[in-house]
Structure formats: structure tokens, C-alpha cells
Design a protein around this ligand. Structure first.
Ligand code: PRX
Length: 712
């Protein structure tokens, strides 16, 4: 390992560089070694593992991951690159994901908890579901999907479910049949769900009537009706809506059930009691699920994940990076509606036969001690969450973890960069200095981790995710494709030189967009069948320190990362443009101490329309309706005009700089430079009056704001 560079400042370079290469200087943090107790029990504690996964061993090194699974027939080709960059892993192999996550554990662990579900109301006890019980429930629901809905391998089904055990039951039942599930985050609006139903071509929607959030039983079924209308407007008819009930036998929603279309699952299931459905043996390359994510253009991308490659990758990374053992009690506080939940609540942990905890509600309900009470009660050994949750829990209850007898061996963070100061609180207060922290960098498209420290073998460094994980060889490239060397102090675009089993297969229904977004930029030869010619462009900026550790700076496309959730500016803007009075709309990120980034909206109005609070309210409602509360802008600023280039392009970086109180740069070449001062005075005066002036931005943050909106 390279020398500890604590205290060293990397000097910024004076030369002219593009936005993605803006010189970055930061104080290098010191290494923190893993505790000896952790090393003693770790799944990966022999450095020989690095040789097994060295580049010379690629792609066969990934046999080690695939061998964690039970195959119906073994594969003949580990990696087929003949249709690069549409990679095919474990070709010729057949398996069933549900069998691997459930059936195969029955022989040894039938009576062990597969899932422990913690309802949000604290008066309700946790519910443990054994592997045997999970097997029963999954089989019954699979019988219902097959016989009542007529679903078969290759069909798509949209799920819009909250954090209840019925969600993994539904996913696994789909997987048992080879049906491709597309779970839409429960917090998304009906409209957003409807677009995804249409894009995936689902004719069945599976939802729940309501769920607890922040102390309230929300009405969720109402969103199903909106989703179906939105899907229909986009050309997709849904013929069945299956409604799980939060309290079976009692209906929590105010909207009626549509006769002949909507069905209560608890009523239907009575017909399928004790039925057993044989798992369908699927080719390794058959799609397992679709997960939608935001990108530069308005339409969300349906990331299509495979069965064999994906499951092998999440099982392998869960074993070595999450250090999951069969007797761990593992709790990932993410939502299953995001990729983290798919990979590291459901598929990875269950493939390894461990106990995975699912919590229904918000982390601070009824107070900031809740997560630590849950961990104490269940004896959680591995805890996994996002920097936003850590920041929030720290702000609301900095001393809370000390009040509880909870002891983690391992704590994960994911989704956003974590500030070293927040990292240290996580380490010393939440982890009581006893746990390793693994900062995992990756994306919806990737299936599993790309950058992280191997916990027993690589020291932690606050603020850096670590080097590429086993079998992943990253590089940082400048705009022209030249490599930016480790330790240069310069940022660039982080790319992965090689394919890996967890990578998505394509964008559902849009292979051209897959090529365009991730591979065209740095492809060395479009005819090539050699993976070395196809670096994967992650759309993230990063810097690599001399020791090989990466520090991820954030997106280089027009995506705003709010509390670890990826929101496309174009999606938010299109929602605002559905308001009749709005002529133009621009969404920009604002640095926020708790949520990382929040959205601010700028709109200009059609001629003759008078500005007013009512229009601002309409814009907020439109965004909540089209996308969900998560995209709610902090403020809607009505401006006389947007700063624009001579060709009419809105300069988002200029308004983003205004919103963040940072220098707007040279605006003299704009078509309407005078508008910038007007906007600045208006916006900054109001923000100052409300006490919303942010602290001085770090150089990385400033670089991000200045580059914002340049991806088009
Ligand atoms: O910008 C990176 C950031 O989140 C993006 C991926 O978002 P999503 O597809 O929603 O997946 C989130 C969970 C895997 C990345 O492009 N990001 C993710 N993890 C980290 C991160 N930024 C810094 N550090 C991380 N550990």
C-alpha cells in the first residue's frame, strides 16, 4: 500500500483545462485500519485473492462468483464479446434465481429467518419469515401469477410496492417463473409508474393499498389508478391490478376497486394454498429484472439486468465486500425500489442464505434513535445506509447511538460522496470504533459495487470509496480519451476498462441509447470484438490519489443526486412545462448540508401571465404528480427570462451558480447578459432574507456547479 499522505495538499494546476478536468485539490485523509476482530472472521482475508482477480485472470476470475450459485447446467463460455458492447456472461449456463435465493437453503436452513420485517409503528413487533415460509409464500404467489394472470417467462410485470415482505415475495415469485419484474420506487407518483408500465410493456401491475410512513397509513392504491391512466395514454393497457393489503382483510384506500381489473391478493391466494411451482430453468442471459434510472434526456432508462451474471456478481460482492456470513443479521436501510435494495437487500443476501432485515418506514420515526433500537433488538451485525441518512441521524440525534447496545462489525455507505467529518461520526459513534466502513461507489446500471475497499485487506480512507473492486479495472480519462494518472490531482471521467458480470445488458427497448450513453464516447474501434476497445463511461467525475484510491466527485451529466437518488433535470423540467402558464423551465442543483443536493426550479412565464404564488404551487404539484415528492423543488423562482446562449440554449450553469452564491463566470457571450444581474439580485436577496446562504463551496463543488448543464 502506498504511503500515508495525511496532511498533504495537492496543488491545483494553472493550465487551461475543460470543465470535466477542473483541477481539484483536497486534503488527503489518513488511513483507518480495519479492527483485528473483523479481520479474524472476514470472508476475504488472504491477499492471494488479488492475484486470483488480477487482470491476467480476467474473465475467468469471475468463475469464483458464479460458483457461489447452484446451476442447472454449467456454462461453456464465461464471457462472449462477439456482439460488443452487448456482453454475454456465462453463456450456455442455466439457473433459476429464486431457486438460488430460497429453495437451495431449505436443506440446511429451513427454519432460519430469511427476512425480518420491521413495521414502522413501533408498537408492532418485528415479523420473522423463515426460508421455509418464504418458500411457501413465493410458491403460492407464483402459482397465482401463472394461473390467474397467465404470466410466463419473458413477460414483464410492473411492481409499485412499499417496504414490506410482500415485495421480495413478489420479486422472487416472478423470478421463479422467469417473469421480468420492474419494481418502481413506491415514493414515485402514479404518473411516473405509468410511464414505466408503458415502456416495459407490462399488462399486470402489482401494488399495495397503503403503508406506514412518518406515522401515517398512506393511501397508495390511488397511485395505481393514476398509473393505469398514464400507461394508457402512452399506449399500454393494463388488464390486471393485484393489490396486496397492508392489513389483510381491511382496505386502506379511499379509491374503489375496479371490478374485473383490481383484485385483492389475500383473497386470491386462498385458491393457491400450498401449491408448489417448479422453478423455471432460465438461460444465464435471460433478463431477471428492469430497473429504471434517470439520465440526461427526459425519458428514464430501463436498465435490463441478467439472471446469471447479475446474481453471480451480487452474491460475490455480498460475500467479499459486505462480508456476509450465513449467521449474520444484515440490515440495509435502502429502499428495495432502488438498485441497492434489489442487489443488497434481496438478491445478494438471500443468495448467500443470510437473514436480511426490511424496515418499512422512515429512519427518524418516531425519533432519531429508531435505527439503533432496531439494530439492538434484532442483533444486527452489518448495517448499510446512505450518507444522507447518516447526516440526518447525526443532526437529529448525535448522541443517540451511544444509548443503545448495538454493535456492528461492518457498515456500508452508498449513493453519494460522504464528507470525512460525517464518515468519522459514522465510524466512531455509530460503529463505536468497532466496525469497518465500506464506502461503495456504483450505479443502477452496474448491478453491484465498482469501487470500494476490500474490508479486511485494504485500509479505509474517509471520503474515498477506495480502489476498483475485485475484477474491476477503472481508469480516469480526459475529454480526449487520454488517461489522467493517479496522483496528478486532476479530475476526469471515471471509466471501467472491462466488462463485468453484473453490468446491465442494455436499455430496455433502446440498445442505441445504451451504446450512445455508455460506450460511444471512448470506444477505440466500433467494429472491435475485443473488450479492451470498449471502456464503460460511467458519467461520473473522479480523482485518483497516488495510492490508487478514487474520490468520486459526482455526475458529469445533467443528473441531480438528491439524497442519493438520481433525478434527471429534463424529467423535472418536462413536469414543470405541463403547467399551462410556464414558457420555459430549468432545474438546477443546490448544495445542501443534509441531502447532498436539492433541486431549485427556474421558470419563465408565457406572455401576459402575471407571476404569483399560485403558479409556483402549480409547478410544485406538477413535479410531485409527474415524478414524486422526492423531486419537489425547494424553491420555484419566476424570472423574466432565462440566461441563454445566442443559439437559444438555457445556461443552466449560470443559474446554478446564482443559486449557490458562486461566481457566474464570463457571461459576456450570452444573448442576454443583462438578465444575469437581475436574477442574481432577486434570488440572492430573497435567499439571504430567509437565511439560505450556503457555506463557501469546496473546489469540487464549485467545479460541479460550473460544469452543470454542459452535457447536451
Ligand atoms: O454519482 C454517483 C453516485 O450515485 C450515482 C448512481 O446513482 P444510482 O444509479 O441511483 O445508484 C445509487 C446506488 C448504487 C453515481 O453515478 N454515487 C453512488 N455511490 C457513490 C456515489 N458517489 C460517491 N460515492 C459513492 N459511494
Amino acid at each position: 500500500m502506498a504511503e500515508n499522505t495525511e496532511g498533504q495538499f495537492l496543488e491545483p494546476r494553472g493550465e487551461q483545462v475543460s470543465e470535466a478536468q477542473i483541477a481539484v485539490h483536497w486534503r488527503e485523509e489518513g488511513y483507518v485500519p480495519p479492527p483485528a476482530v473483523f479481520i479474524g472472521q472476514a470472508n476475504a482475508s488472504d491477499p492471494a485473492i488479488f492475484e486470483r482477480f488480477a487482470e491476467e485472470a480476467f474473465p475467468e476470475c469471475f468463475r469464483e462468483y458464479a460458483d457461489l450459485l447452484t446451476w442447472d447446467s454449467y456454462w461453456h463460455t464465461t464471457l462472449d464479446t462477439s456482439n460488443a458492447p452487448f456482453w454475454r456472461w456465462f453463456v450456455g449456463g442455466r439457473l433459476n434465481a429464486c431457486y438460488n435465493c430460497v429453495d437451495r437453503h431449505l436443506a440446511t436452513d429451513r427454519n432460519k429467518a430469511a427476512l425480518i420485517w420491521v413495521p414502522e409503528p413501533e408498537s408492532a413487533d418485528p415479523v420473522a419469515i423463515t426460508y421455509q415460509e418464504l418458500y411457501r409464500r413465493v410458491n403460492e404467489f407464483a402459482a397465482l401469477l401463472r394461473d390467474f394472470c397467465g404470466l410466463q417467462a419473458g413477460d414483464r410485470v410492473t411492481l409499485h410496492m412499499p417496504m414490506v415482505p410482500e415485495l421480495p415475495v413478489t420479486m422472487l415469485a416472478c423470478a421463479r417463473l422467469g417473469v421480468i419484474h420492474s419494481q418502481v420506487f413506491g415514493g414515485f407518483s402514479g404518473g411516473a409508474c405509468g410511464h414505466r408500465i408503458a415502456d416495459s410493456g407490462s399488462r399486470v401491475l402489482i401494488t399495495m393499498d397503503g403503508y406506514y410512513r412518518g406515522g401515517e397509513l398512506t393511501d397508495h392504491k390511488v397511485k395505481a389508478d393514476e398509473a393505469i391512466e398514464a400507461a394508457l395514454r402512452n399506449g399500454q393497457e393494463v388488464d390486471k391490478v393485484l393489490v396486496w393489503r397492508r392489513h389483510p382483510g381491511q382496505y386502506a384506500s379511499r379509491v374503489p376497486m375496479a371490478a374485473g381489473r383490481d383484485f385483492f391478493v389475500d383473497e386470491l391466494l386462498a385458491r393457491y394454498r400450498d401449491q408448489v411451482v417448479p422453478p423455471v430453468s432460465m438461460p444465464a442471459e435471460a433478463p431477471l429484472f428492469i430497473m429504471y434510472s434517470s439520465g440526461t434526456t427526459g425519458r428514464p432508462k430501463g436498465c435490463q439486468h441478467s439472471t446469471g451474471g447479475y446474481l453471480a456478481y451480487v452474491a460475490g460482492t455480498s460475500r467479499y465486500y459486505q462480508d456476509i456470513h450465513r449467521d449474520d443479521t444484515y440490515w440495509c436501510m435502502a429502499d428495495i425500489g432502488w438498485i441497492t435494495g434489489h442487489s443488497y437487500i434481496v438478491y445478494g443476501p438471500l443468495a448467500l442464505g443470510t437473514t436480511s432485515v426490511i424496515y418499512e418506514g422512515v429512519p427518524n420515526y418516531p425519533d432519531a434513535g429508531r435505527p439503533w433500537r432496531i439494530a439492538q433488538r434484532l442483533g444486527v451485525t452489518i448495517f448499510h445506509t446512505s450518507p444522507t441518512a447518516i447526516r440526518m441521524l447525526r443532526k437529529l440525534g448525535p448522541e443517540e447511538p451511544n444509548k443503545y447496545d448495538c454493535h456492528f462489525k461492518h457498515m456500508t455507505t452508498v449513493g453519494e460522496p460522504i464528507e470525512p467529518e460525517v464518515w468519522r461520526w459514522y465510524h466512531s459513534v455509530v460503529g463505536k470504533g468497532e466496525a469497518v466502513i465500506v464506502d461503495t461507489w456504483w450505479q443502477t446500471e452496474n448491478g453491484g459495487f465498482l469501487g470500494a475497499t476490500l474490508p479486511a485487506l485494504q485500509a479505509m480512507k474517509p471520503g474515498s470509496c477506495g480502489p476498483g473492486v475485485l475484477g474491476i479495472y477503472p481508469e480516469i480519462l480526459d475529454e480526449d480519451g487520454n488517461e489522467i494518472k493517479a496522483g496528478s490531482g486532476r479530475a476526469g471521467n471515471i471509466c471501467i476498462r472491462n466488462p463485468w458480470p453484473g453490468i446491465f445488458q442494455t436499455i430496455w427497448g433502446d440498445p442505441e441509447r445504451y451504446l450512445e450513453t455508455y460506450y460511444r464516447k471512448y470506444c477505440k474501434n466500433p467494429e472491435s470484438k475485443d473488450w479492451r476497445d470498449w471502456p464503460y463511461f460511467a458519467n461520473d467525475g473522479a480523482v485518483q490519489a497516488a495510492d490508487g484510491y478514487y474520490r468520486i466527485l459526482g455526475r458529469v451529466d445533467d443528473v441531480i443526486n438528491v439524497a442519493g437518488h438520481r433525478l434527471g433535470t429534463k424529467e423535472i423540467e418536462s413536469a414543470a412545462l405541463t403547467v399551462e402558464e410556464v414558457a420555459e423551465a430549468a432545474a438546477v442543483p443546490v448544495i445542501d448540508e443534509l441531502r447532498g443536493r436539492v433541486v431549485e426550479m427556474y421558470i419563465s412565464l408565457k406572455p401576459g401571465v402575471a407571476p404569483g404564488k399560485e403558479i409556483e404551487g402549480k409547478v410544485v404539484t406538477a413535479i410531485e404528480t409527474e415524478i414524486g415528492k422526492i423531486a419537489r423543488p425547494r424553491t420555484v423562482w419566476i424570472v423574466a427570462d432565462m440566461p441563454k446562449t445566442r443559439s437559444g440554449k438555457i445556461m443552466r450553469r449560470v443559474i446554478a451558480s446564482v443559486s449557490n452564491f458562486t461566481d457566474v463566470g464570463d457571461v459576456s457571450t450570452l444573448a442576454n447578459p443583462e438578465i444575469v444581474d437581475d436574477i442574481r439580485h432577486h434570488v440572492q436577496a430573497q435567499k439571504a432574507a430567509r437565511g439560505e446562504v450556503p457555506r463557501q463551496l469546496t473546489p469540487e463543488e464549485e467545479a460541479e456547479i460550473k460544469a452543470f448543464g454542459q452535457a447536451e
